[in-house]
Design a protein. Structure first.
Length: 242
């Protein structure tokens, strides 16, 4: 009997399928093991800060930037991309992922879609961090469900694993107890509802290409950038595919 649970079809409007799996794998292979450039992370943190945080400021921006950096450090600790993909599909848990960069780009693209649908809705303190964390978990689950369709793993090699903990600062969401897992499950369902249960991506490779266009010499900035410089970066990018 398999120790890996099949995906929950009720969670998705567009179910994991071969086309989505191939698109996601293509994006991962394009990215390889590269982390997102610091200026790209600054751009993404500023977007979330300006869109979702009440009274966005430099300090809130720095918190979100740090969270993005911490999420990028949660990948499978395997130097070979091929091996990490296999380990990922062996595991029953969707985190850690073989490519946190692609997972994070998917997560932020979900936040952009929410913004396009509902406009800027200011949340309570820490809203940006919670949204990033939940979107990242859902992106990881969708990635996992899709890749398992095209990366074959024998039944004997499948493993029951525990989800990797999320960064505890500034968003103390973790899955160490049934109560905390229930809170995260509720937040995921709410997020899915507002996403119309559609986590698909038309062109994830384009997100990767866009992100690495930021890979230019990084300016000497305090904690990567200031809020004002983050504003400049937001204004520079007119063809943001997110």
């Amino acid at each position: 009997m398999s120790t890996t649970k099949p995906f929950d079809a009720k969670r998705y409007k567009i179910h994991p399928n071969y086309t989505q799996a191939c698109l996601l794998l293509q994006a991962i292979e394009l990215n390889q093991r590269r982390a997102l450039p610091p200026r790209c992370l600054a751009h993404l943190a500023m977007f979330v800060c300006k869109t979702w945080e009440t009274d966005p400021c430099q300090e809130k921006f720095k918190i979100l930037y740090r969270l993005l950096c911490d999420l990028l450090a949660t990948g499978i600790p395997e130097s070979s991309l091929e091996k990490s993909l296999r380990i990922y599909c062996q595991n029953s848990a969707s985190t850690p992922t073989p490519c946190p960069s692609v997972t994070l780009l998917l997560a932020i693209s979900y936040l952009e879609r929410l913004n396009q649908k509902y406009g800027p809705i200011r949340g309570t303190i820490g809203c940006g961090a919670r949204l990033i964390s939940i979107a990242y978990l859902l992106a990881a689950e969708y990635l996992h469900d899709n890749l398992q369709l095209i990366i074959h793993v024998s039944e004997k090699d499948k493993k029951t694993t525990q989800p990797a903990p999320l960064p505890v600062i500034p968003c103390p969401l973790d899955q160490t107890t049934p109560e905390k897992r229930a809170v995260i499950a509720r937040l995921e369902l709410e997020f899915l509802h507002f996403m119309d249960y559609d986590l698909s991506s038309n062109d994830p490779a384009k997100l990767v290409q866009w992100a690495h266009d930021f890979d230019t010499p990084t300016p000497a900035l305090d904690y990567c950038t200031s809020a004002d410089e983050g504003d400049d970066e937001m204004d520079e990018i007119d063809d943001d595919p997110l």
